[in-house]
Design a binder for this molecule. Structure first.
Ligand code: SF4
Length: 264
């Protein structure tokens, strides 16, 4: 059995989500809020993946902001072709939804611009381009040894070291959400297993503030990855997690399964 790394993150949110989604095969009801969340995530991720392409077009830092605005328009016009599967509900006015997402992203463009300008000012265009250009994007990996698989958003290569980057569009915490930490460490283990090296850290990129926050692959975190994987396997093999195992009403309130979870 191979566990998708995203399930480790979901397990950290609530083990019962794994049971409801993967074992009971319950799909949460689609809501406009959820659809908007999925589309907003994809649009922000797409813009992040295009940063190197965008920097390749500028000759100085002051041109970046304009390029970002143009690229945002490009992302939104390319969106229906790349993310066709997200736009299949005939009852939703996607044009209106994309326009709303665009207006939410405009303040974020200002932040991305400030941070990219700093990098260009510090390193110069050529080095900055090297710095933001991933070695691989959406890099699929699987390992029989680790019983894990997953698609890494970006893999950077710096001084021959591979560094996985997980893109998140949720609001960032003070540091890194624990589920994101586990997911990023699991990607480090997958890269280590394939390339036979040691990876000391990865990054979680929180797009809303355009910040990459490091996740160190400590022994404790590596152990948590393995333990979480084993807990997910137990659920997939039939163990039923109790209701609200985390004791957090806030999580249940925000959960896509709250309508069905307490009935089962
Ligand atoms: S409603 Fe609460 S207990 Fe149920 S799956 Fe969601 S977070 Fe877990």
């Amino acid at each position: 059995m191979q566990i998708n790394v995203s399930l480790l993150n979901a397990h950290d949110f609530c083990p019962r989500v794994i049971y409801l989604k993967e074992v009971m095969e319950i799909a949460p009801d689609a809501s406009i809020r959820k659809t908007k969340g999925l589309i907003g995530h994809a649009a922000r991720k797409e813009l992040s993946l295009r940063q190197s392409k965008l920097l390749g077009r500028v000759s100085c830092a002051s041109e970046i902001e304009n390029c970002l605005f143009c690229e945002l328009d490009n992302v939104l016009s390319d969106f229906p072709y790349i993310y066709k599967n997200l736009l299949e509900d005939n009852d939703i006015d996607y044009e209106k939804l994309l326009a709303e997402i665009k207006s939410e992203m405009l303040p974020e463009i200002k932040i991305i611009n400030e941070k990219l300008m700093l990098v260009v000012d510090e390193l110069g265009i050529d080095k900055a381009l090297e710095y933001v250009t991933p070695w691989k994007v959406e890099y699929f990996m699987k390992s029989e040894n680790l019983k894990l698989s997953g698609r890494i958003d970006k893999v950077m290569k710096q001084n021959n070291n591979l560094i996985p980057v997980e893109i998140k569009t949720s609001s960032p915490p003070h540091s890194v959400w624990q589920g994101d930490r586990i997911q990023t460490c699991a990607y480090c283990l997958l890269l280590e297993d394939k390339f036979n090296g040691k990876i000391s850290y990865g990054f979680v990129e929180y797009t809303k503030i355009h910040e990459q926050r490091p996740v160190m692959t400590t022994e404790q975190l590596r152990r948590t990855v393995i333990n979480t994987r084993d807990n997910v396997i137990e659920i997939l093999e039939g163990k039923v997690p109790e209701i609200c195992p985390h004791g957090s009403g806030k999580k249940c309130e925000a959960c896509d399964f709250k309508e069905v979870c307490y009935e089962i």
